[in-house]
Every structure is written in C-alpha cells, then in structure tokens.
Design a protein around this ligand. Sequence first.
Ligand code: NAD
Length: 507
Amino acid sequence: MGTSDTPTVGIVGAGAMGRGIAQVAATGGCKVLLHDARSDATDEALTFIGGMVDRAAEKERMTVEAAEEAKRLLTKAEGIDAFAECDVVIEAVSEDMGLKAKVFAALEAATDEACILASNTSSLSITRLAAACSHPERVAGFHFFNPVPLMPLVEVIAGVRTEPSVIDRLVELGKVMGRTPVRVADAPGFLVNQVGRGYTLEATNLVAEGVAAFVDVDRIMRDAAGFRMGPFELLDLTALDVTHPASIEIYEQSYHEPRFRPAMLMGQRMQAGLLGRKTKQGHYAYVDGKQQRPEEPEAPGFEGGTFWVEPGEDAAALQEIVRASGAELDEGERPAGDSIILIAPLGLDASTHAARAGQDPERTVAVDPLFGFKGRRTVMQTIVTRPEVMRKAHAMLAQDGMPVTPIKDSPGFVAQRIIAMISAIGASVAQNAIATPEDIDRAVKLGLNYPNGPLEFADTLGPARIVQILEGMSDCTGDPRYRTGPWLRRRAALGVSATTVEPAPRA
Ligand code: NAD
C-alpha cells in the first residue's frame, strides 16, 4: 500500500483516458499499476507516458528527476490480480455497462475491501454500476476530461450508496494528481455533461429548424458570446458517435426530461457517418487535419436608409449605431411610413414581437441585444420582412466593421436560446442538489472551457432576462424543454444572484 498522501493506484484500460490518468497519478507521486486487456496497449501507453513526461522535462515544465521518478512509479500489471496492493482502482475501459460490470466483479474479487473502486465513465449510472457489486459503498465515479494532463477538472461522483469517506478520499487523491475535484451527486451526465447538452443540442435544434447554418451558429457563439469553440466545431472534435449516444443515455436515465431530448438531426448525421474530425467530414471538412472553414460572405454595400428604433432598454445603443453608420435616424414617436423598424426582443421571435407591438412586420428587423451588439451582430427577420429591408439593415449594422449574421425568425435569436438553455440546465443541477452553485460554475468553466458558468451567465446577463428569454421561447414553441424551473424563477423574482443558496429550514 502507498502512504495516505500518495496511495497506490490501479488503472484498468490504457486507452486515451487510462493513460492520461496514469500520467497525472504518477506525476502526482502515486505508485501506478496499469492494466489493459490488450497487453501491447499497456506497453504503448507506458511508452507514450514516458515520452510525455520526458517532453515536459525538456520544456522545463518539470524537473528531469521528477520525470524519472514518474516513470519509475509506473508499472505494467499483467492481470487484475496485481491490484491486490492498491488503495484505489480507476476503471477506464470502453463505455459499455456490461463490460464495466464484469471488470468491477473481477476487481471486487482481486482487491482488499478497503480499496476504492472508481469508474471514469462519462455517462453511465454510478449507482447502477455499484448495485452490481457486493460492496456498493466503496464504488464511486472519478470522471476525468480529455486530454487528462491538460484538463484540470475531475468530477467525484457519489452513487446513492457510496460512503461519504470514499468521496473525501477521492477528492484528496484528485488534488494529489494535480486536479481540481468537484463533488457531484450521481445524475444523468453528472454535472458537466448535463450542462454541455444545452450547448450542442440547442445549437443543433436551431439548425434543424432552419434558423441558421452550422457555420453561422459557430460564428455567433464564438464572436458574440465569447466561446472558444462553436458548438459544431466542438461536436466535430468529440465526434457524433460519442456525443449522440451519450445524449440518448442521459435522456433515458432522466426518464425523458425534455431538456435532454436528443436532436434528430444529430442522429441522422451520425448514421450518415459524418462523425467529425476522425472521419475527415463532420459539420466541416478536414484536410490534413485542418478544418476547412467556409469564407464569410461580404456584407451588402451600404445604401443608407431611414431607421426607427423601438423604445426599450437597448434603444439608445442601437440609435447610436444607426447615427454612426451614416444612415438616417427617424426620431419620431412612431415610425414614419418608409422607415425600417429596428427591434431588440428578448426571447420573442421577430414576427410575434412585431405583431404584439403593432409594428409593420414587412419593415421590421430584429437585432440581438444580449451581448450589447458587440463582437458580432445577429440580425433577424420576421417571416414577411422584405428582402431589401434585411439587406439595408445588414449593411447599416456592418458599417463600423462589425461582422453581422442574418438569420431566419427564431424566439431568442441564436445566442439567447443557447445561453438560456445552458443557464436553465445549470439551474436545475443546482435545484436538484447535484452540486453547489459555486462548483457548477467552476466545473463548467474548467471542464468545457465556457467563458462563464451557467449561473454566472445568468448573473452577468441578469436572472430576470434569462427568465424572460425562457418564457418567450416556451410561449412561442409550447415545448416543455424551455420551461424556466423554480431555481431561476425565484431568484429573478427576488432580484438576487442566481448562485443564492437557500439556508436549511431547521436551524
Ligand atoms: P479507449 O477506447 O481509448 O480505451 C479503452 C481501453 O480499454 C482500450 O485500450 C481497451 O483495450 C481496454 N479494455 C477494454 N476492455 C477491457 C477489459 N475488460 N479489461 C481491461 N482493459 C480493457 O476509451 P477511452 O476514450 O479511454 O474511454 C474510457 C472510458 O473513459 C469510457 O468509459 C469513456 O466513456 C470515458 N471517458 C472518455 C473520455 C474521452 O473523451 N475519450 C472522456 C471522459 C471519460
């Protein structure tokens, strides 16, 4: 056995994840036994890790002595029996419940009862996995992210019968391995993969509804909302044959929670073999590993025009954009007969907004106000906006060099819909006590590289605005996927932070 600070760690499965976990365990000072059903897979993994730590030493990210020590701590285990000396075993075999259950049965037979058995599964139920074991209290999830050495997050997942001390010990081990551990209760997709559905499913739904093309959704989410990768670039990286089955698993485990309803379009593209980078064709084509990003069409030439801005919270900023463009600003109380009408709705589609406000829908154009018209502007038509009205509005909005993306009518444009879904799912994670608000934001930023956590997004943009967007989406579509839920509704009503935690009722 290792010391309490540096336990002896067994790892089953030496694939992409197992080798990464082995590397960070060894560089953290743990003795590591690595086993794979394919003996040569273990050899390859050990050579790979050796190369990684040597390179880290060359680049002076670790000392030569530390690299040598990490290599010395790594050993090949021919069989699971070798794990008898382990304090913790981490299972990282393929994502298959039957296979994992067999591995856990073998691990139970091979290890001491005090040994923790942890799974790196991304989407299978920890409670179900534990239920197949004779000691479910020592089974937990220990969910790392790919590539492990570069992704600092690890979710430590308690099944229904997991002993709290097992979670405490895994949290400590996560720290020893140089990770940031977050405590998560067992739930479909745990914390991070649950919230991640908001990004990719809502984006795919938008494309399926014909609102915008893949590439336009990516541009908006990168430039306006500040995401490092657009949802479709991300899907191409993770591959649809991983993401879509995980979505189905999360949907089934949640007894068909509408927020997790898989996207039909994603299933079809998976069946068509458009998996992403690994098949050289996903939402983008890949040539020599390089994404072929279509060139952005130029904005139409500026034709001037007269623009009237509907009064509201964002009117002054839009008026300023009109003035600065050189177009004429109609400052009348009502739009003059030939003025183009600019609206900035939250959660409503342009057609419904124009109808409710009594504006001429053929002259109405909506601009997304969510990110202050910065980074990239999304301009949306009603279903009857005249093409020349869209063209003039597009040109006017592009006069200061800001990229502009025209889209079809949608309740909540593109960014509003996606951000609202991320916040809504994050809020339901908090409501269901799957993790603390602080950990939800921290984990999503570290595990998914989002610019903000889901509750932080709600706070930055205003919980009341997120609720308004969700209510508008829900109203327009009638789809329960967009319902608000009590967490955000109450915090918006009271005007408090989306991270506000209700105290225990019994003092
Ligand atoms: P992988 O296919 O790269 O590696 C799986 C390894 O398990 C293979 O080397 C295989 O030979 C080995 N294996 C299969 N059956 C075995 C058995 N009975 N005994 C010992 N070894 C066996 O898969 P991966 O991407 O490393 O994923 C492993 C686990 O980690 C899965 O549960 C996956 O869902 C999860 N995960 C993956 C990622 C990711 O991005 N790849 C991220 C987080 C979690």
